[in-house]
Design a protein around this ligand. Sequence first.
Ligand SMILES: Cc1cc2nc3c(=O)[nH]c(=O)nc-3n(C[C@H](O)[C@H](O)[C@H](O)COP(=O)(O)OP(=O)(O)OC[C@H]3O[C@@H](n4cnc5c(N)ncnc54)[C@H](O)[C@@H]3O)c2cc1C
Length: 390
Amino acid sequence: MRTQVGIVGAGPAGLLLSHLLRCGGIDCIILEARSREYVEHRVRAGVLEQGTVDLLVGCGVGERLQREGLRHRGIELRFGGRGHRIDMAALTGGRMITVYGQQEVVKDLIAANVAADGEILFDVDDVTVHDFDSSAPRVRFRRGGAFEELECDVIAGTDGFHGVCRTAIPPSALSTFERTYPFAWLGILAAAPPSHDELIYAYHERGFALFSMRSPEITRLYLQVAPDEDLARWDDAKIWRELHTRLETDDGWMLNEGPVMEKGITPMRSFVVEPMQFGRLFLAGDAAHIVPPTGARGLNTAASDVYYLYHALIDHYRKGDDSGLDSYSEKALARVWKAQRFSWWMTMLLHRFPDRVSYDDRLQETEMSYLFSSETAMRLVAENYVGLPF
Ligand SMILES: Cc1cc2nc3c(=O)[nH]c(=O)nc-3n(C[C@H](O)[C@H](O)[C@H](O)COP(=O)(O)OP(=O)(O)OC[C@H]3O[C@@H](n4cnc5c(N)ncnc54)[C@H](O)[C@@H]3O)c2cc1C
């Protein structure tokens, strides 16, 4: 098999890259370890920055997103039982976020790829990448028991944090920057109509809680828990009790309950690898970096990586200009680090740290009260939350 760009991984990054490349007349094939059914139902992110929405709409996959996505002009930060709204649209000249499940973005992108006869090989095993330090890279994989090989000009490693592309690069060529946090998030998806029309980030002495939603019928909620928390210890009644306590306000706001459809625990980690390229292998999305979900940046940063990589590949194929490919890592990392900084800041602001001394607690309270008293400080949050320009 031969193509121009071999893409490993059909998450949002690989699917968006494939769609953009096909629109730009560049051939590509995606190799995905899981089934279509599995990737279309993997519940993860749900907050899309303005720039991500503009990109999806601009490349023709935003029709359902515009129809069903929930546009939010603000977010609420809740502290000491009181809510403080950050009016993102007013503070950023009308920019906002859209709540639309990652699995819906994935479904739309797969449908667009299939409609354009884009090749996505699902359920492939034993994917390995080879010769990417030469002009003839190859991806080897097993399909239906038989080994096959995909020859290409360039490999896009969009296979997520646990994929094979990053680890195929010689470790001596990479620098890793990492922080793990002393807590995790327990998340549930509940069949309950949202009890508020914007996201609520709550700081409480028992730990952080997040109220969000996926649709007018489905609420998505998170609780800060210990990093090694056992999910079996949390029956639904205990989860709801804790959510009520942490999200409670002094004005009688009530959280709607409903049957829990899904629950899971997500570790909190910041990770970046530099550079994001080695020879003709280019990493994008979670394959190169991850953030704690507090700032809602992960999916959006995957989209901005893809945007830079797509433009670099267009210049390579249409103009024979490799300057975009050569500077891809530098360009992508400049934005990646801003997303890292914002995610780290939101995480520090809103969580209860087990090893903190009382001095740190006072600083956290002061940070919060300063934020609510300063329009400039709120504008900084708003500008980052709706997304910095690509
Ligand atoms: C609970 C949770 C909540 C989150 N909330 C948010 C949020 O609110 N906002 C936000 O922006 N981000 C959020 N994120 C992060 C976001 O989901 C990720 O950043 C996003 O999925 C990255 O997309 P990706 O395409 O780079 O990687 P992935 O989505 O991980 O896709 C990688 C793909 O590669 C495939 N793959 C892996 N290994 C191989 C292999 N060897 N061969 C072939 N295929 C392979 C995988 O099956 C997968 O389909 C959240 C994440 C979690 C876990």
